[in-house]
Write a protein that binds this ligand. Structure first.
Ligand code: NAD
Length: 254
């Protein structure tokens, strides 16, 4: 039997679109592995849900703004209503890749607060919403999305790097706090994937710099990142908690 049969996963930030963002790939990968998936986003979630159902998988959508304090609890309740349980939470929603680079002196205060509200507070509230459900089940897997920028630092992206530094600090604290209930919490940290969307926006010089900075001088695919997500969401990684796994072809090291 599949590691995911009968399991319910919530994936935030999983709307599908021209950007072919990671969240939709995560949702489809978990569904293909046998999980029922609640697809959460502030954008239209139906394309991801439809693609999962077309492939024979099980999914429902829940559209909300995770910056709203009550959104995560409503999403967790929707998962229980549809699937009766919550086993896996993937905290993927974030403001980041579409935020233009800006020097520290020019970061608008409102933008700073918005990024903290979505990336940091939104992640904490989502974990707080599912933790009691997982604790009652005696088991749960939580994966928070990080960024290599929290390790390397990033000029002009201090606001984003700060939120991702907070993510891993929270992962460690959550792992300590929730471990007694059988809940594992880890950070999955992808490098920039070589999606068509990203490649179209990259000059040849930027691409050479990106690949040259990696130990393996190749692009990373969304499905390679999703494979590591599957590992972190499955019982195969049950002895791992509070850790960060980098999927960046050896671009940065912990
Ligand atoms: N793409 C990368 O290069 C990269 C690298 C490292 C880490 N990451 C992390 O991986 C995750 C996914 O990255 P991506 O590039 O696919 O992101 P993305 O920006 O393309 O997608 C994020 C999704 O989150 C949703 N979202 C944003 N704010 C929301 C809110 N308030 N409420 C509900 N949904 C909201 C968006 O609508 C979008 O569908 C993010 O956490 C990102 O920080 C990405």
């Amino acid at each position: 039997m599949s590691d995911f049969a009968g399991k319910c996963a919530i994936v935030t930030g999983a709307a599908d679109g021209p950007k072919a963002a990671l969240g939709a790939t995560f949702a489809r990968t978990l569904a293909a592995a046998g999980a029922s998936v609640l697809v959460v986003d502030r954008l239209d979630v139906e394309p991801t849900v439809a693609s999962i159902k077309e492939g024979g998988g099980s999914a429902e959508g829940y559209r909300c703004d995770l910056a709203e304090p009550s959104a995560a609890i409503d999403a967790a309740n929707a998962a229980v209503r549809h699937f009766g349980r919550v086993d896996i939470l993937v905290n993927n929603a974030a403001l980041g890749s579409n935020i233009p680079p800006v020097g520290m002196g020019d970061i608008p205060i409102e933008l700073w607060d918005q990024m903290m509200a979505v990336n940091v507070r939104g992640t904490m509230l989502a974990v707080r919403a599912v933790a009691p459900i997982m604790a009652r089940q005696g088991y749960g897997k939580i994966v928070n999305l990080g960024s290599p920028m929290r390790i390397t630092g990033a000029a002009m992206r201090l606001h984003y790097a700060a939120t991702k530094g907070a993510i891993h600090a929270m992962t460690r604290s959550m792992a300590r706090e929730l471990g007694g209930d059988g809940i594992r919490v880890n950070t999955l940290t992808p490098g920039l994937p070589g999606t068509a969307f990203n490649l179209e926006r990259m000059s040849a010089e930027m691409e050479a710099g990106l690949l040259g900075g990696r130990s393996i001088h190749e692009h990373i695919t969304a499905s390679q990142i999703a494979d590591v997500l599957l590992f972190l969401a499955s019982p195969r990684s049950d002895a791992i908690t509070g850790q960060e796994l980098l999927v960046d072809n050896g671009g940065s090291f912990l």
